[in-house]
Ligand binder design. Structure first.
Ligand code: SF4
Ligand code: SF4
Length: 67
């Protein structure tokens, strides 16, 4: 199991990370940040394999994954 940390203030809700995640861990939440974007949430981190694809693709540097 891994830990997925999302910095809500940076996320722009672009969904690149959701599209890439092979385990369906990420989805757009209802929470809106100060920029007015709905932010990504990590639903089922038990499924996360710490592949880091979400962290690498995020253009805002909003995701960090720890094993
Ligand atoms: S590290 Fe990989 S499996 Fe985990 S949330 Fe990111 S893309 Fe999905
Ligand atoms: S790739 Fe980054 S900015 Fe885009 S939705 Fe995911 S966390 Fe937010």
């Amino acid at each position: 199991m891994a830990k997925v940390e999302i910095t809500a203030a940076y996320c722009k809700g672009c969904l690149l990370c959701e599209a890439l995640c092979p385990k369906g861990v990420l989805s757009l939440g209802n929470e809106v940040n100060a920029l007015g974007y709905n932010i990504i949430k990590a639903d089922d981190t038990k499924e996360c394999i710490a592949c880091q694809q979400c962290a690498v693709i995020c253009p805002e540097g909003a995701i960090e994954v720890y094993k």
